[in-house]
Design a protein around this ligand. Sequence first.
Ligand code: THU
Length: 133
Amino acid sequence: MNYFKELEVLLDASCAPYSGFNVASIIVLKDGRSFKGVNVESAAYSPTNCAERNAIQTAVTEGAKIGDLQEVHILARNAAKELVQAYPCGPCRQVIAEQSLNDTLIFCYASENEVKQHTIAELLPFGFLGAEL
Ligand code: THU
């Protein structure tokens, strides 16, 4: 399914007063439920939360378990208010890999019809999934 229109609306909920870079994410679970997230920035910078992890944390709060994550959809808009194709940052890739048991698709939108699709294993090869702990 294409989530561009919902992501575009969701971008306006992003709280990014310092970077001006808005990110919206919609994640889909194996049971069909979907959850939204936006980036929320902090004046202290490091407490900033990414859109993808906010969506995942909401899903977990609502009962999602490890392995339930099936799809991650992402749209971003820069400070000049142009839509830009953005890929998940390193910490988001780590959390996506763990929550999907390294088996999810990531959709990065540039527009409604330009969508790059990757597996998490492509974006985070040789991931650390915790089995070694
Ligand atoms: N950001 C995300 O929300 N997701 C990513 O995967 C990359 C970065 C946010 C964090 C920060 O608010 C802004 O984009 C600029 O880094």
